[in-house]
Design a protein around this ligand. Structure first.
Ligand SMILES: Cc1cc2nc3c(=O)[nH]c(=O)nc-3n(C[C@H](O)[C@H](O)[C@H](O)COP(=O)(O)OP(=O)(O)OC[C@H]3O[C@@H](n4cnc5c(N)ncnc54)[C@H](O)[C@@H]3O)c2cc1C
Length: 413
């Protein structure tokens, strides 16, 4: 079988199918959003603007019937999340959360966001338990604003009484545009880890001491050895280190992607990189092959089934043309969309946006269907952000839908 896309949905679909004994190839033009995301796996944070309490899977019944979670069923969603957690554990990736209820993790903008799985380095409880919070100020790093973080933390009821300090660190390299990812890659090296330790030691010496100290950092604790670096630095500093979720390019997502690529290799998935699928060849109700534009020219890849996990508008899975026409990029299926493009958005940016719900409609097996409900090729399955019916920004459900539908497609194909 052939999977297209190597974001969260494509990787989970490929690993699931290969774990069932299928021979799986995965073709992708690029790495997908996982590679630049913050590594938080949101399952469901809000329904109709209301905060989800308790296990998010229990709130799936409150979603509309065309939501991908409703199509595949709450039981499958729960199974897929357990599968994901197992994959991470088996491949040495330390994952926190996944029980009880959503956790509110700190972001580099000073706010907190609800999420289901996160890295232990983002645990908010560590902040609550500290007497002293040191917020590292890295003015040389993009999108990290210590003043804003401090102002937001100080408004949190559980944190108001803490001593909070902002401490500036010197850059490791003169550059106008350093990102947390560049810093994390440096910290992965021995010189980088030494640099971070010396900077943090100076920060702690400058701020008055406390019985228990938490240090808030952008996600710069390495990409490949983050858990061991964090443990070593925490011990050397006698302080808890907490990473904030940052806007792209984040680092946490890349850590998960490395883990999933390892898992995919372990179950024999063949990955074709830089392979842009440009056309589908369909005979009757079956897709027989996809045509890839890859290094060395066009190539036809035949398979008995296909999972399309090509993402939304951002990564090219969905295409919008002038005049309000939307189609799926590989098969060219026209997708239902409001006729007037003015109706694609709502004036309040915090409202659910109609354009966010545009995508491929499917049956419960994730085979594409026409707006009238007729089946299109029945050996083709869609997964992840390419699907219609959910607004991941508004609901906080992006990676959750990618995992659940990738898993379901991988089980059905
Ligand atoms: C700024 C931002 C922040 C976010 N933050 C979070 C968060 O904190 N938590 C959360 O849970 N979710 C978050 N999300 C949502 C989440 O990242 C996405 O919902 C999820 O990554 C979608 O995964 P996917 O695999 O469906 O698609 P993608 O990650 O978009 O992957 C698509 C894949 O398909 C490939 N592709 C596309 N077209 C072709 C083609 N023709 N041929 C070959 N390959 C192709 C791409 O190269 C890529 O590999 C965020 C999204 C954005 C944009």
């Amino acid at each position: 079988m052939l999977v297209v896309g190597s974001g969260m949905a494509g990787l989970i679909a490929a690993i699931t199918a290969a774990s069932r004994g299928k021979s799986v190839r995965l073709a992708a033009r690029g790495a997908g959003h996982l590679a630049v995301g913050n590594g938080c796996v949101d399952v469901l944070g809000y329904v109709d603007g209301e905060i989800v309490r308790g296990n998010p899977v229990d709130s799936i019944s409150r979603l509309s019937g065309d939501h991908p979670y409703r199509r595949i069923g709450a039981e499958t969603v729960a199974e897929s999340l357990a599968f994901f957690a197992r994959l991470c554990a088996e491949n040495g990736f330390d994952l926190a959360g996944g029980n009880g209820e959503n956790q509110w993790i700190p972001t580099a903008l000073g706010s907190f966001k609800p999420t289901w799985f996160y890295t232990p380095a983002m645990n908010r409880e560590t902040l609550s338990m500290a007497d002293r919070i040191v917020i590292t100020h890295m003015p040389w790093l993009k999108d990290c604003h210590a003043d804003m973080v401090k102002a937001c933390l100080a408004r949190q009821r559980r944190l108001m009484s803490k001593d909070m300090y902002i401490e500036e660190t010197a850059p490791f390299r003169a550059h106008r545009n350093l990102t947390p990812l560049a810093a994390a890659r440096f910290v992965d090296t021995e010189a980088g880890e030494r640099w971070l330790l010396s900077q943090l030691l100076q920060c702690l010496q400058r701020s008055s001491s406390g019985r228990r100290t938490a240090v808030l950092l952008p996600p710069i604790l390495g990409v490949t050895r983050s858990a061991e670096i964090r443990a070593r630095l925490s011990e050397a500093l006698d302080a808890d280190l907490i990473e904030m979720a940052s806007p792209p390019p984040g680092v946490g997502g890349l850590r998960i992607r490395r883990t999933l690529l390892r898992a995919a290799a372990g179950v024999g998935v063949t990955v074709m990189e830089n392979a842009h699928v440009v056309e589908a060849r369909v005979q009757g109700q079956r897709c027989v092959s996809l045509v890839c534009d890859a290094t060395g020219g066009e190539r036809e890849v035949k398979a008995d089934s296909f999972i399309i996990a090509t993402g939304g508008f951002l990564n090219g899975g969905l295409v919008a043309a002038p005049g309000g026409k939307v189609c799926e990029a590989i098969f060219g299926h026209a997708l239902p969309a409001p006729e007037r493009t003015e109706d694609w958005t709502m004036p309040d940016m915090l409202d659910s946006q109609p354009y966010a719900k545009l995508g491929v409609q499917t049956n419960t097996r994730l085979n594409p269907i026409t707006p009238e409900g007729d089946a299109l090729p029945d050996n083709v399955y869609f997964a992840g952000r390419t699907l219609a019916g959910y607004d991941f920004v508004n609901e906080k459900s992006g990676m959750g839908v990618a995992i659940a539908t990738g898993y379901h497609a991988g089980m059905n194909c």
